[in-house]
Design a protein around this ligand. Structure first.
Ligand code: NAD
Length: 434
């Protein structure tokens, strides 16, 4: 067996981006990899591959603002690992985007794509900008310039971006158009999450919430939790949280509490989810909804419930509120909603946590369907898409559950074991070139 030379940050005088001491999203990811390394068997020889992004591009994105000044924004595209296929992962427009964050998000995409066994590596992109400060024309110029700047890295068989925080179908349409203009041919498969009229897929918008619901139902079955009458609390009532809440309510659960950026509401007898969806569509948030009492945001976490779905932001379940949580099942709709300390607290309390890297993988799964449909320019019905999504999510979850039972580890660690083994096995079979 060959030896690995120690080129880690610790052996260098100048800390590099690989330095695990600089905790942050990338540091958390490195800890997660360390946690699963003992379970990787002979593949552990390749584990360093997972601790180094394959390729990072940092770009300057200059645009002319409407008032004539020139503004410069920092943009990134990171391809974390391409062993299993082209890169896949969203593009985030946010003023707090950092390289560490984009690196970690790209790595979590490698894990997520391998966990549901879609033939992709992991990638992510971002621009350090508050898009609310831009006019629509400025946002379009920013999107097009960023797309041109990262054009050397993306492509339908290289790396396929998608929407993430503050990016949407319109931005994907501009990205697709810009890339197509640059290569001289319409290339719908370069991004996913496009509008349906431009090669987008039916079922994509609800896909993440549907995946959350699917794995939640599987976990409930395996852990003996009856969904009929089960009490559900949801943080975030947008695309993911709203869809998941509706599907659980349709299956007989009672949605007893919801929190969003406008406040927290509670009704122990169950909220009328359809009426709440209409209220949110009209008013922009759950605040002021008639069929419930308003509660303090801090009290939301202690509400009496069986299932909790964080589907809003990162870092919401912390060491300060994890102890209050009464749910038996936590389904992570958001990316990274639970801090590592909170994860340990929940685990010690016997709470079953369905981790983001499997629970919210429904979105990327239907993105994969979109890409496949774009290649053949042949589009499937929504029923076909939903049926294929459910099958993939159920199979993936069953595999992760079995590994968790076998090694007596959390579902998060089990998902990482399954995913890291798939990635490193692909790496080993491909070998190193030259
Ligand atoms: P969204 O914008 O549709 O909804 C976000 C929700 O979070 C809204 O209800 C908003 O009110 C709420 N929120 C915002 N700030 C809050 C705060 N401070 N406290 C409580 N609630 C707050 O977004 P979405 O698409 O539903 O995404 C939600 C999460 O799921 C994000 O973490 C996202 O990264 C993750 N995710 C989404 C997808 C997808 O396909 N949409 C896929 C994977 C992961």
């Amino acid at each position: 067996m060959s030896k690995t030379k120690d080129t880690s940050a610790a052996s260098h005088p100048i800390p590099s981006y690989l330095n695990p001491d600089h905790i942050g999203p990338w540091g958390i990811y490195l800890q997660q990899v360390d946690r699963v390394t003992p379970y990787l068997g002979p593949l552990a020889r390749w584990v360093e591959t997972l601790k180094r992004p394959k390729r990072i591009l940092v770009v300057d994105v200059p645009i002319e603002l409407d008032d004539g000044t020139i503004a410069h924004y920092e943009g990134y595209r990171v391809q974390h690992n391409l062993s299993r296929g082209p890169g896949k992962g969203g593009v985030r427009f946010h003023q707090d985007v950092t390289l560490s964050e984009v690196m970690a998000l790209s790595a979590w995409m490698s894990i997520k794509n391998a966990a549901v066994n879609v033939p992709y590596g992991g990638a992510k992109g971002g621009v350090r900008v508050d898009p609310r400060t831009l006019s629509r024309a400025e946002l379009e110029r920013l999107t097009r310039r960023y797309t041109s700047e990262i054009g050397m890295m993306i492509g339908p068989s290289k790396d396929i971006p998608a929407p993430d925080v503050n990016t949407n179908g319109q931005i994907m349409a501009w990205m697709m158009d810009t890339y197509s203009m640059n290569v001289g041919a319409t290339s719908t498969g370069v991004v996913t999450g496009k509008p349906v009229d431009l090669g987008g897929s039916l079922g994509r918008i609800e896909a993440t919430g549907r995946g959350v619901f699917t794995v939640g139902m599987e976990a409930a079955k395996l852990s003996g939790l009856n969904i009929q009458g089960a009490k559900l609390a949801v943080q975030g009532f947008g695309n993911v949280g709203g869809t998941a809440a509706k599907l659980f309510a349709d299956a007989g659960a009672l949605v007893v509490a919801v929190q969003d950026h406008t406040g927290s509401i509670h009704n122990a007898k169950g909220l009328d989810v359809n009426a709440l969806l209409e209220h949110v569509a009209a008013k922009g948030g759950v605040g002021g909804f008639g069929g419930a009492q308003s509660i303090d945001n801090a009290d939301f976490w202690g509400v009496n419930c069986d299932i909790l779905i964080p589907a809003a932001l990162e870092g919401q379940i912390t060491k300060d509120n994890a102890g209050k949580i009464k749910a038996k099942l936590v389904i992570e709709g958001a990316n990274g909603p639970t801090t590592p300390e909170a994860d340990d607290i929940l685990n010690d309390k016997g709470v079953l946590v369905l981790p983001d890297v499997i629970a919210n993988a429904g979105g990327v799964t239907v993105s994969y369907f979109e890409w496949v449909q774009d290649f053949s320019s042949f589009f499937w019905t929504e029923d076909e898409i939903n049926a294929r999504l459910v099958r993939i999510m159920q199979e993936a979850f069953a595999g992760v559950w079995a590994v968790a039972q076998e090694h007596k580890v959390t579902l998060r660690t089990a998902t990482f074991i399954v995913a890291c083994k798939r990635i490193l096995h692909a790496r080993e079979m491909r070998g190193l070139y030259p």
